[in-house]
Design a protein around this ligand. Structure first.
Ligand code: 6CS
Length: 352
């Protein structure tokens, strides 16, 4: 079996933090009288990228606060078997305790999670967007409940930055997308959004993306700047459009059975640390997205034309993107999803 067996030992509490003794899962008595909790945390990204660095800091904080009683092994993308979608299944099956999940990969299962694929929905102001992600009842209560029904418990939503387009040709107007082979995540709504621009969407794991761009299997893709640079997509793309058409939203998730069976004080420790990580990850992505833009612009070995859309140019895309909200309401979700979007739209309006 690939995964390490979960190890539980009985313990004597050390330091200021007292973790309750209630057993969660299997437990075995240790010789040193201490319980150690060994958990696994999977991410969809690699060292140096936002999700991985988030998980590392989270693991370090939890380790420190628990006086070393809780160890969390963080897995970068590719260290566990399978794709992003397989990692979600491993979380649902309890093979992983924690995972960062991009809703785009769960579109076939929790249709309502595709709300994040609705372009031009959230404010352009990233701080406002993060505030909505932190406080929204539509997301943190309604949508979270829909995920929980599928054995995925979202503890937090955070932005990894505004998304931009890269292409093997200039992408300045919707006409430029005509017949364009656009790589997307596995979400019917993301695909529909690109069909509205006239593109030909093609879902792929990001592990296949560099080669697919290089070989012309696909013509372009969307991602935040830090990811475009760090995954070297700009090396095999001649153009990058600063479109800010959407945010890349990720969720910190936990297996609900594991979480619900934890002692209350351990759950409180997790919750408190998740909350502490929200401003931290916001700063992390902001710094990375800003500095990596300069890296792309200054990479003379791999020149990339950077096009910044004017408000007027963005408007042409917005006009085609807004009707996708009706598609979401009418074709993708049921009453609960419609109510969620209505509430979310009210929450967004209150921030603008
Ligand atoms: O494009 C993707 O699929 C990847 N993008 C980011 C920012 N994180 C992981 C994800 O799989």
């Amino acid at each position: 079996m690939f995964f390490k067996k979960r190890s539980w030992k009985s313990f004597a509490v050390a330091g200021a933090l007292t973790l309750a003794l209630a057993a969660c899962g299997s437990e075995s008595a240790g010789t040193d009288g201490e319980t150690t909790y060994d958990w696994r945390f999977a991410t969809e990204e690699e060292p140096g990228q936002v999700q991985y660095e988030y998980a590392k800091e989270f693991a370090d904080l939890i380790h420190e606060k628990s006086d070393g009683q809780i160890n969390i092994d963080v897995y970068g993308f590719g260290e566990l078997p399978g794709s992003e979608v397989d990692q979600v299944e491993q979380l649902q099956d309890g093979l992983l305790e924690f995972a960062i999940v991009s809703p785009g990969f769960t579109g076939g299962m929790v249709a309502e999670g595709q709300v994040f694929a609705l372009q031009f929905l959230f404010p352009d102001d990233q701080e406002k967007t993060q505030e909505i992600l932190n406080t929204s009842e539509a997301l943190n209560t309604q949508l979270a409940g829909m995920y929980e029904a599928h054995d995925i418990k979202p503890l937090a939503f955070f932005t990894e930055g505004a998304m931009q387009w890269t292409g093997n040709r200039e992408l300045r107007t919707p006409e430029d997308f005509r017949g364009f082979k656009m790589r997307t995540q596995e979400s019917p709504l993301i695909m529909e959004s690109y069909r509205a621009y006239g593109a030909d969407p093609s879902p792929l794991s990001w592990s296949e993306l560099y080669t697919s761009l290089d070989r012309g299997v696909v013509d372009g893709q969307e991602n935040p700047i830090f990811f475009i640079e760090d995954a070297s997509f700009h090396e095999v793309q001649d153009h990058m459009t600063i479109s800010n058409h959407n945010n890349y939203v990720a969720m910190t998730t936990v297996n609900p059975t594991f979480y619900n069976e934890l002692p209350e004080d351990v759950r409180a420790l997790i919750d408190e640390t998740v909350e502490e990580m929200q401003p931290r990850v916001f700063e992390m992505q902001k710094e990375m997205n800003e500095s990596y833009l300069d890296l792309i612009k200054n990479d003379t070995d791999n020149p990339t034309e950077v096009i910044e859309l004017t408000e007027e140019e963005r408007e042409a895309f917005r006009e085609l993107a807004v009707p996708i909200r009706d598609f979401f309401r009418d074709e993708v979700v049921g009453d609960e999803g419609r109510e969620m979007l209505e509430l979310l739209e009210q929450e967004i309006a209150a921030h603008e």
